[in-house]
Design a protein around this ligand. Structure first.
Ligand code: ADP
Ligand code: GLC
Length: 484
C-alpha cells in the first residue's frame, strides 16, 4: 500500500511531544511490513538543519489560493531515511520561524493560515508526486486534508481513490479559529454548520477531520472510550459519538532503537534486565546533572520529564510539594512550556535544594538520563491519550507512578507485592491525597530490594515495540480503502 503521512511533528526534524516520536517511528515499521510510506512536514527553521547544502526541490512552486491572494509553496525532497521518503512543505514566510506553534507556549496568530496552507499543499503535492491509497493525517494541524478532499476536491478524478485516516493524539488541541477562516481557506460556507466544521461559532480543524475522515483512530483503547464522554471529549464528544463505529484505539509503540538502556547512547552506562549494575552509574550521572550529589544511595529518586501543560496533572502535585519534600526521597524534573508550571517547579526546588531539582528546558539527552537514572517515574496526568514516558520507563526499569487515565491506564498494571505481579503504581482520583498515598506505597515497596527488582524486571520484560501496532494500522488502512 502507499501511505502518505501528514503531521506537524516528526523526530528527528521537529518535536515538542510524543506526536513526533510516533510519526518518526511508525512509518519505518510500515516500510518493514512492505508498504511504501511518505511523510510530509512543514519546512520549519529547525528542519532546515537536517538538509546538507541547498535543499533539493521535488516541486518548485505550488500555487495555494487564499481568499484575496495566492501563496506559493515549494516541496523539498528530503530523501529516504530508513526507507521512508520525507518531503517538507516550504513556505518561508509561514514556517521559517523559531517555534513550531508559537513562542513560549503561546500561539502564532496566523496558525490557521499556516496549517491550512500545509494541508492544501500536501494534497496538491501528491497530485504531482503520486496520490497514495491512504492519507494518514495526525492531529488538528493536518486534519483539513480529509475535509478538503471531501469538499473542495471532491470532483477531482486524481484524488477519487484516496482514503483518509485521522489519528487524534490529543482532543484538547483543536485548531479553533474565527468563522471567517472558512472563507479565508476557501471552504464553501456550507461546511460551517454544527454537523460539519462549526463548533461554538468557531471554524474547527479537528472537527473537520472527525467528520470527513474515513476512519478515526486515537492512541489508546481507554482514551478512545474517554473522548466519547463529556468529561474528556473537550466538547467534541458529540461529534465523536456519531463516528463511534469508525473510531479505533491503537496503543502507541516505542522505538527501541532510541529507547533501550542496553544501547542508549545518551547514558553513562548500559544495563539489561539480566545485569542491572549499569543503572547505578546512570543514577549517579543523573544526580550530578541536577546538582544533587549528596543524595544517599538508599534514597529513591523520582523522575519527571514533561511538557508542562495543564494536561499533565501538576496541580495536584502542587498541593503536596511540602509533604513530598519531607520524605526520604529526591525528585528531579525536566520540563518546559507553560510558565505557570515552570515557576511552580522552580519555587519548589528553591525551597528544598537538598532533594528537589528542576531544569526548565527541552533537552533530549537529559530526558534519556532521567529515564535511566531515576528509580521511579511520575505522571499524575489529568488526562493522557497514550503517554510515552511511562512506556519508556518500563524499559529502563524505572517504576511508573501514574494516574489511571487513557494510555496510562492501559499500559501500567498495579504492583501486587503478594503475587509479585504488576509493573507500577496507579491511582484513580484526580486528588492530591490519592497521589500522595500512591507515592507512599511506592516508597514503601522500594524498601524491599528483592521485590523491587522483581517489579523492575516485570516492566522491562514488557514488549511495546511498534510491530503489533503497525499491523493494527495496516488493518485500519485496508478498512479505510474498502470504504472508498
Ligand atoms: P505529550 O506528547 O503529551 O507531551 P508523551 O508522553 O506522549 O506526552 O511524549 C512526550 C515526549 O516528549 C517524550 O518523548 C518525552 O521524552 C519528550 N519530552 C517532553 N518534555 C521534554 C523535555 N523538556 N526535554 C526533552 N524531552 C521532552
Ligand atoms: C499527545 C498526547 C500523548 C501521546 C502523544 C503521542 O501529545 O498528549 O499522550 O502519547 O500525543 O500519541
Amino acid at each position: 500500500m502507499q501511505i502518505a503521512f501528514a503531521a506537524s511533528e516528526a523526530t528527528p526534524f521537529a518535536k515538542t511531544g510524543g506526536l513526533a516520536d510516533v510519526v518518526g517511528a511508525l512509518p519505518r515499521e510500515l516500510v518493514k511490513l512492505g508498504h511504501q510510506v511518505t511523510v510530509f512536514l512543514p519546512f520549519y527553521a529547525r528542519a532546515r538543519r537536517f538538509i546538507q547544502g541547498d535543499p533539493k526541490y521535488a516541486i518548485g512552486s505550488l500555487t495555494i489560493p487564499f481568499r484575496y491572494y495566492n501563496r506559493f509553496a515549494g516541496v523539498v525532497d528530503a530523501g529516504l531515511r530508513e526507507g521512508v521518503q520525507h518531503y517538507f512543505i516550504d513556505c518561508p514566510e509561514l514556517f521559517d520561524r523559531k517555534d513550531l506553534y508559537g513562542p513560549g507556549g503561546a500561539e502564532y496568530t496566523d496558525n490557521a493560515e499556516r496549517f491550512g496552507l500545509f494541508c492544501r499543499a500536501v494534497v496538491e503535492a501528491t497530485k504531482q508526486l503520486g496520490v497514495p491509497s491512504v492519507f494518514h493525517v495526525h492531529d488538528w494541524q493536518a486534519a483539513l486534508i480529509p475535509a478538503y478532499l471531501k469538499t473542495v476536491y471532491a470532483a477531482d478524478p486524481d484524488l477519487r481513490s484516496a482514503s483518509t485516516v485521522l489519528t487524534i493524539h490529543n482532543a484538547a488541541y483543536q485548531g479553533a479559529f474565527p468563522p471567517n477562516t472558512t472563507e479565508q481557506l476557501l471552504f464553501p460556507w456550507d461546511v460551517f454548520t454544527m454537523d460539519k466544521m462549526e463548533q461554538y461559532d468557531r471554524f474547527n480543524f479537528l472537527k473537520g477531520g472527525i467528520v470527513f475522515s474515513d476512519v478515526l483512530t486515537t492512541v489508546s483503547k481507554k482514551y478512545a472510550e474517554e473522548i466519547q464522554t463529556p468529561e474528556f471529549g473537550e466538547q467534541l464528544d458529540g461529534a465523536l459519538l456519531k463516528r463511534a463505529a469508525d473510531l479505533r484505539g491503537i496503543l502507541n509503540g516505542v522505538d527501541y532503537a532510541l529507547w533501550d538502556p542496553a544501547i542508549d547512547g545518551h547514558l553513562a552506562a548500559h544495563y539489561t534486565p539480566k545485569d542491572l549494575e549499569g543503572k547505578r552509574a546512570c543514577r549517579a550521572d543523573l544526580l550530578h546533572a541536577f546538582g544533587l550529589e549528596n543524595v544517599a544511595e538508599t534514597t529513591p529518586v523520582i523522575g519527571i520529564v514533561s511538557r508542562f501543560a495543564r494536561q499533565k496533572g501538576f496541580d495536584i502535585l502542587a498541593e503536596i510539594t511540602e509533604e513530598i519534600a519531607d520524605r526520604d526521597v529526591a525528585l528531579v524534573a525536566l520540563g518546559t512550556h507553560d510558565p505557570y508550571y515552570e515557576n511552580l517547579f522552580r519555587a519548589w526546588a528553591f525551597r528544598h535544594p537538598a532533594n528537589i531539582a528542576v531544569q526548565i528546558r527541552y533537552d533530549e539527552a537529559l530526558a534519556h538520563k532521567v529515564e535511566a537514572g531515576s528509580d521511579m517515574f511520575l505522571m499524575p496526568s489529568r488526562y493522557e491519550p497514550c503517554g510515552l514516558n511511562q512506556i519508556y520507563s518500563l524499559k529502563y526499569g524505572t517504576v511508573p507512578i501514574v494516574r489511571a487515565t487513557g494510555g496510562l491506564e492501559d499500559t501500567i498494571e498495579e504492583w501486587d507485592a503478594r503475587k509479585g505481579t504488576g509493573t507500577g503504581f496507579k491511582f484513580a482520583g484526580y486528588d492530591p491525597m490519592d497521589l500522595l498515598a500512591e507515592i507512599d506505597r511506592a516508597l514503601e515497596a522500594f524498601q524491599n530490594r528483592k521485590a523491587w527488582e522483581r517489579l523492575m524486571r516485570n516492566g522491562m520484560a514488557r514488549d511495546h515495540s511498534w510491530r503489533g501496532p503497525a499491523k493494527e494500522y495496516v488493518r485500519v488502512y485496508e478498512e479505510a480503502a474498502r470504504r472508498k
